[in-house]
Ligand binder design. Structure first.
Ligand SMILES: Cc1ncc(C[n+]2csc(CCOP(=O)(O)OP(=O)(O)O)c2C)c(N)n1
Ligand SMILES: CC(=O)[C@@H](O)[C@H](O)COP(=O)(O)O
Ligand SMILES: [Mg+2]
Length: 637
């Protein structure tokens, strides 16, 4: 166990008001202590480290210059906000980060008044900040609104929609572009290249340069129209930056680790800005911690680790991750079929498409954080006869729903949707929980929706999706490792809309869709031991349903329990809809649909989440006992 860092100055700062009593000359020391505290805390909890390390000085400077929480400080994504949490009254709980009952790994309105906007999905900060700025203006307020957005997050359309609107409204809004030239992976795209040119093409601006620029062009109280005219003329003559063309006063690049540069620039903007301002700050992801600086991912997200060596704890795995099985299976299929191409929205590593990209670099597309574009781009590929796999986490696919409906489903385009992180994700909590994909996809006419019960099933589903050209097809699988089943050499093509009976019984039928099959089998053992002969079926498809199999189950069993790791409105709803229309609910059948609870489930260990949701074997057994009126057994379960 490493000793806790010595933090005499940080110990005096509970909230930003304490920070503002320090002399500017003390701030570098404070930043250094804050960094040490951050590293130590995350070494105990795991979590997002690299991004926070990169904004330590920026965090100190922002809270020093601005009057938070009256001035609204919005962190895009929120994964870099751990230093902010330490400085805003949450240091005493910082070692509970991402643990059950502890601090969230992202910003959250219910956690602190210093978090004016909750996040975790990217690129929302400028829109939210603009809304706050307009609300302030409507009620005659004077506070500042600051949105801090990363270069990765700056690849998403929402950021441009917001800047477009902010420029037109001439809103007094400060955007800080935190450019560390990293997303989770190295960033891709023309915008990223543009930022790199901006960052390298000029020297960093210090106070003197900035002051000169501000007074020569703007003057302390110059009329806004004159300032705009000057800006426009300057852009016309010298070629304005994209941000200037959008109506922002653009400052930078400045060194985001140099407090002597940051503080005066921020003060100037605080005191002089009266329209949208963008400050381009250059930082280094992982700054100040050797192992992070040296790592290819800059320690974006880490397990618990040893502070001295940087070695991360790794739980032994007796089966490959679903992500890896997906990637290897897709590679296998792509070797046979050169029409298979793959699309990721800035998650090459998380989706396994980094492995695919190593084998098929020209058939792999990382489009940046741009899920909407990713889906429509895949639709375009499909129109030309390609077989695109748009691999997007369940939670991030939410952002592209209209594209899924309008660009893919209505046109019956055969886009394949491998949906990773379907179901509970543990420490990332509610914002990242893959709860809704079955619900929002299976409701679409013509969509095929599958869920893998284990890693071998996933392999079959990859092959099935590869060979299916009649319309969109999705297959969902969870975060983490498989269960260690024997793997087929190659996947088989599954018959569309056909499930399988895994175990035959007579009284109780457990109909599983996806990840909970093992718990259904364990529940069947327990029920069998209690004298309740139990069938276990793997539905494989939520759409189209295996109607024959469901008919057989309900006709020959007294109880039907459907089990899925998804929100209400998904697989069970389709089963119930079918049963109702077939009149199969009218002859005494006891049906119990088990779904995720109708709440946004907070971060915790996955096993605990399953237990609380009643989706583990104990919960399934309990449900059966209750359905059969065995109250005493239910209580014991
Ligand atoms: C809509 C959405 N897509 C994907 C992600 C996953 N994600 C989280 S952080 C991140 C990279 C963000 O890069 P950047 O904004 O530059 O921040 P940095 O980590 O470099 O500080 C990505 C892709 C997300 N949070 N939200
Ligand atoms: C902040 C963010 O959205 C990602 O970093 C996410 O936490 C990754 O999750 P996985 O670890 O499941 O890839
Ligand atoms: Mg970045």
């Amino acid at each position: 166990m490493n000793a806790k860092p010595d933090t005499p100055l940080l110990d005096k700062v509970r909230i930003p008001a304490d920070l503002r009593t320090l002399a500017e000359s003390e701030l570098p020391q404070l930043a250094s202590e804050l960094r040490a505290e951050l590293i130590d805390a995350v070494s105990h909890t795991g979590g997002h480290l690299g991004a926070g390390l990169g904004v330590v000085e920026l965090t100190v400077a922002l809270h020093y210059v601005f009057n938070t929480p009256d001035d609204r400080l919005i962190w895009d994504v929120g994964h870099q906000a751990y230093p902010h949490k330490i400085l805003t009254g949450r240091r005493d709980r910082i070692r509970t980060l991402r643990q059950e009952g502890g601090l969230s790994g992202f910003t959250r309105r219910t956690e602190s008044e210093y978090d004016p906007f909750g996040a975790a999905h990217s690129s929302t900060s400028i829109s939210a900040g603009l809304g706050m700025a307009m609300a302030r203006d409507l009620c005659g307020g004077r506070n500042n609104v600051i949105a801090v957005i990363g270069d990765g997050a700056m690849s998403a359309g929402m950021a441009y929609e917001a800047m477009n609107n902010a420029g037109a409204l001439d809103a007094r809004l400060i955007v800080i572009l935190n450019d560390n030239d990293m997303s989770i992976a190295p960033p891709t795209g023309a915008m990223s290249a543009y930022l790199a040119r901006l960052a390298s093409g000029k020297t960093y601006l210090g106070l003197r340069d900035f002051g000169k620029k501000l007074t020569s062009y703007l003057g302390e109280r110059a009329d806004r129209a004159i300032k705009r005219a000057v800006e426009h003329a300057r852009g016309y003559v010298t070629g304005g930056t994209l941000f200037e063309e959008l109506g922002f006063y653009h400052i930078g690049p400045i060194d985001g680790h140099n407090l002597e540069h940051l503080i005066p620039v921020l003060k100037n903007v605080r005191d002089n800005a009266d329209g949208p301002v963008l400050i381009h700050v250059v930082t280094q992801k992982g700054k100040g911690y050797g192992p992070a600086e040296a790592a290819p991912d800059k320690y974006h997200g880490v397990n618990k680790f040893d502070v001295i060596t940087g070695a991360q704890a790794k739980a032994p795995a007796n089966a490959p991750s679903y992500t890896k099985v997906f990637a290897e299976s897709l590679i296998q299929e792509a070797r046979e079929d050169d029409r298979i191409v793959a699309v990721t929205a800035a998650m090459p590593n998380g989706t396994g498409l980094d492995l695919f990209g190593e084998v098929f670099p020209t058939r792999t597309f990382d489009v940046g954080i741009a899920e909407q574009h990713a889906v429509t781009f895949a639709a375009g590929l499909a129109t030309e006869g390609y077989r695109p796999f748009a691999a997007i986490y369940s939670t991030f696919l939410q952002r592209a729903y209209d594209q899924v409906v309008h660009d893919v489903a209505i046109q019956s385009l055969p886009v394949r949707f491998p949906i990773d992180r379907a179901g509970f994700v543990g420490a990332d909590g509610a914002t990242h929980c893959g709860a809704f994909d079955t619900t929002f996809l299976a409701t679409l006419p013509g969509f095929v929706v599958m869920a893998a019960a284990d890693e071998a099933e996933l392999r079959h589903m990859v092959r099935t999706a590869a060979s299916y050209d009649d319309g969109p097809i999705a297959f969902r699988y969870p975060r983490g490792n498989g269960i260690g089943v024997d793997m087929p050499e190659r996947g088989s093509v599954l018959e569309i809309g056909k499930g399988r009976i895994v175990r035959e019984g007579t009284k109780v039928a457990l109909l599983s869709f996806g990840t909970r099959l093992q718990d259904c089998l364990a529940a069947a053992d327990e029920l069998g031991a209690a004298g309740l002969s139990t069938t276990v079926a793997d539905a494989r498809f939520a759409k189209p349903l295996d109607e024959d199999m469901i008919r057989r189950l309900v006709r020959s069993h007294e109880v039907l329990v459907t089990v899925e790791e998804g929100a209400v409105g998904g697989f069970a709803s389709h089963v119930l809809q079918f049963l109702a229309h077939e009149g199969l609910l009218e002859s005494g059948l006891k049906v119990r649909p088990l779904v995720l609870p109708d709440v946004f489930t907070d971060h915790a260990k996955p096993e605990k989440m399953y237990a609380d949701a009643g989706l583990d074997s104990t919960g399934i057994v309990r449900t059966v006992f209750v359905a059969l009126g065995h109250a005493a057994s239910a209580q014991r379960a």
